[in-house]
Structures are given as C-alpha cells and as structure tokens.
Ligand binder design. Structure first.
Ligand code: GDP
Length: 319
C-alpha cells in the first residue's frame, strides 16, 4: 500500500495536513490517494455548521469540540470559505479560538479555501471529509462562512446541518430563506443573551412550517434551539438534537453511508464530472495559450465571447 495512504489511516497528522493542502491546491496526484482511501471511509458522522459571519460559529464549534472530546469522541474540523479564494490566511486567523485544541491529538482542525481555482469547493470539501474519515475521526464538523449557494452545496455533504442565526436577523433570514431552509436540519439562535430571540424563534418557526415539504408525515421537523456559545449554554442540547437527527437518518435510510443513496451518488458524480472536465479543459487551453489569446481578442473587440467559446470547446468535443 502507498505510504501516504498507510500514514493517513494510522492518523499521522503531518501527512493528513499535507494531503488536505494538496486537495485544496487541486494537485492531480491526490486522486489515486483518495481512491485508495475510499474503502476506509464511511464511519465518520459529518456535521455542517453555516451562518453569516459573526454569528458565533467558531465559538460554537470550539465548544462542540470540548463536549465531544469529553464523551471520548475524536473530532475533525474543516473551516471552508468558498466565497473568497484568497482569504486562506484570514480564515485560519479567525479560527484562533479553536486552536486551544491543537495540542489535543484527538482533534484536527484545518481551513480550506480552494486557492485560485474555478469553483470546485464542494468537491474539495468532500475529499477532505473522506481523508478525515479515513484518518478515523468520529465526528467531522464542516464550518462554512456565509450563506450563499456555495455554502448550501458544501453543507449538503453533511449528515446533519445546523444553521446558526442571531436575534434580530429577520430581514437576513428572509433573504437567505430559499436555499437555506431546505438544507437546515437544526436551527440555532445563538447570542440568545441578546434581545429578540423569542421573536426570531417565532419568525423562523413560521417560515419552516410554511415550507410544505416539511409538513409531510414522518419527516424530520427541524428543531429551533437557543444558545449562548460564548457562555457554553445550549451546546449539550445542540449535540442531543444532532444525536436525534442521526437516529432519524439511520432509521429512515437504513444507513449513514451517503454513497449508498442513489440520489446523493448521482449528484456527487455529476459534480465530479463537471469539475474534472472544467479543470482538464481550462488547464489545456491555458497551457496552449488559446485561452489568453481568446481573452485578448474579446477584450480588444475583434471577437465575441460566444464564438470564442465555440472555437475553444468544440474542437475538443470531436473525438
Ligand atoms: P463566526 O464568524 O460566526 O465564527 O463568529 P465568532 O465565533 O467569531 O463570534 C463572533 C463574536 O461573537 C465573538 O466576539 C464571540 O465572542 C461573540 N459571541 C459568540 N457567541 C456569543 C453569544 O452567545 N453571546 C454573545 N453576546 N456573543 C457571542
């Protein structure tokens, strides 16, 4: 077996850190490693945490780590920032709060920023989850910054997704409503020490209940919890709710292995093919100079972007 694969399975922190960086940098050699690691995945429970910047996600994750560690569980954390490929350093800086766990061998924390690439953050996150899973982490917490479509896609890789809001975010909740309500398994109103948490609770309840799909008999009804992460309030209740959701998935799906669910498999495979094609195609066009040539022609007005796209892509499709 490949040495890297062996070391990941043995939980070697430096090897895992390097591999995750290579995933983030989309190095082609990681594919063969991921293939070899795949049979060792499928054990971890993945929790997605999303919400606008400043709502207290990293404070919350820090408390969740402590709580899960007290229960003897190992924890991996991936902090994902899909909105800004250049903030890799910044996001890591933000996660200083969690770094008190960095001496603990049962905890592994990394940021993913997918530096300078064309989308693909969802795939990078999934691959990084597979690595932490193969490494033997019991829980993997994926924290995303922001509440856009990319973040929604990222948390789809989680078994349980927690949407964090704060009191008085009424208008923002409206704005993010469309994508976010569907992916939220648990809603958490953090900073409940502030005014307005009851009103936020009522607003959220109304919105979730209006979402027709959630009415269906036997479906999971997302609980709305309150917390004060900074004072360690409500974290135990959150973990309990996650446990309940886990039991619900196991009961209704018969498995926690996403890759045994055809819908999920289909979605992941489509995404992978897309990423791979874009990567290969744009990589080739850049290497041959055709890409920059086309950019120049469009920019100086001698070519339209529609024709440029045809000129670039079509020759490669006629195999
Ligand atoms: P993130 O950007 O969502 O990860 O938010 P942070 O975890 O960095 O928290 C942003 C700020 O909110 C920090 O100053 C925290 O100390 C503070 N904070 C976190 N939880 C609470 C809470 O329950 N109540 C109050 N008042 N402040 C909190």
């Amino acid at each position: 077996m490949n040495e890297v694969v062996e070391k990941v399975i043995a939980g070697d922190i430096r090897t895992v850190a390097r591999l995750i960086r290579d995933i983030d940098d989309r190095m082609p050699h990681v594919r063969s490693i991921l293939k070899a690691l795949y049979p060792h995945t499928g054990r971890a429970y993945v929790i997605g945490i999303t919400g606008a910047p400043g709502v207290g996600k990293s404070t919350l994750v820090d408390r969740m780590i402590s709580y899960l560690r007290q229960r003897g569980k190992t924890v991996g954390v991936l902090a994902v920032d899909p909105t800004s490929p250049f903030s890799g350093g910044a996001i890591l800086g933000d996660r200083v709060r969690m770094q008190r766990h960095s001496m603990d061998k049962g905890v592994f924390i990394r940021s993913l920023a997918t530096r300078g690439h064309f989308g693909g953050v969802t795939q990078s996150t999934r691959s990084a989850i597979d690595v932490l899973d193969a490494m033997g982490k019991d829980y993997i917490i994926v924290e995303t910054v922001g509440v856009g479509q990319d973040e929604v896609d990222v948390v789809k890789s989680a078994h349980t997704t927690v949407i964090v809001v704060i009191p008085g975010m009424g208008d923002d909740i409206q704005a993010i409503k469309a994508g976010i309500l569907e992916v939220g398994d648990i809603f958490l109103i953090n900073k409940a020490d502030r005014d307005g948490s009851d009103k936020t609770m009522t607003d959220l309840r109304l919105m979730i209940d209006m979402d027709q799909k959630k009415f269906a008999e036997g479906r999971w009804k997302p609980p709305i919890l309150k917390a004060q992460a900074v004072f360690d309030e409500g974290v135990a209740e959150l973990i309990e709710a996650i446990d309940r959701h886990r039991a619900y998935i196991e009961e209704t799906c018969g498995t926690l292995r996403f890759r045994q669910q055809r819908g999920r498999v289909r979605e992941e495979l489509v995404q992978m093919i897309k990423d791979r094609l874009v990567e290969e195609m744009i990589g080739r066009l850049i290497a041959s100079g055709e890409f920059d040539q086309a950019v120049d022609l469009i920019a100086d007005g001698s070519l339209d972007p529609y024709s440029a796209c045809d000129d670039l892509v079509l020759p490669h499709l006629q195999i």
